[in-house]
Design a protein around this ligand. Structure first.
Ligand code: TYD
Length: 147
């Protein structure tokens, strides 16, 4: 079931979670802030009822936010773009999160009917952290990184 990915885009990577397989009584998956998740988790959100197979979600980047995205049921395709490199990943393994760090244009598509997406985020919702215009993103992605 576990398929690993090589992430070529910036500010990304695979985030494995600890899990206990106890079938047929269930699997238990664990994420802990500042342990397997690099940041303190301030917000959790999840997306379900993805009944429209043609839906496309996301289509934005964040200036500072760190997130880890999991497909905890079903499958979907995550599209990542750092302004230079573009990558497409099919997610179906709940034990593998994908880091979506700052300045990564991302979208999600090809949802299975039973898909459930879980996102762990480093900060509260803040619309001013979003870049929703792809041209603005491309310009900002060209700017030298601040450290
Ligand atoms: P958005 O992040 O654009 O969704 P997606 O990337 O999954 O397509 O958010 C959709 C709407 O929900 C938008 O109006 C902002 C709002 N929202 C919040 O109020 N709080 C949140 O934590 C998130 C993620 C979204």
């Amino acid at each position: 079931m576990t398929k690993s990915f090589e992430l070529r885009v910036k500010h990304s990577g695979v985030v494995p979670v600890k899990f206990f397989r106890d079938l047929p009584d269930g699997n238990l998956f664990i994420s802990e802030g500042r342990k397997n998740i690099d940041f303190d988790i301030k917000r959790v959100y999840f997306i379900n009822n993805l009944a429209n197979h043609k839906a496309v979600r996301g289509m934005h980047a964040h200036r500072k936010l760190e997130q880890v995205i999991f497909c905890i049921n079903g499958s979907f395709t995550l599209h990542l773009d750092d302004g230079v490199v573009k990558q497409r990943i099919k997610l179906s393994d709940p034990a593998l999160g994908i880091r979506v760090g700052p300045m990564l244009w991302h979208s999600m598509s090809s949802f299975s009917y039973d898909c459930v997406i879980l996102v762990l985020a480093s900060d509260y919702f803040d619309e001013s952290d979003y870049i929703r215009d792809y041209d603005v993103f491309l310009q900002a992605a060209k700017a030298p990184e601040k450290h």
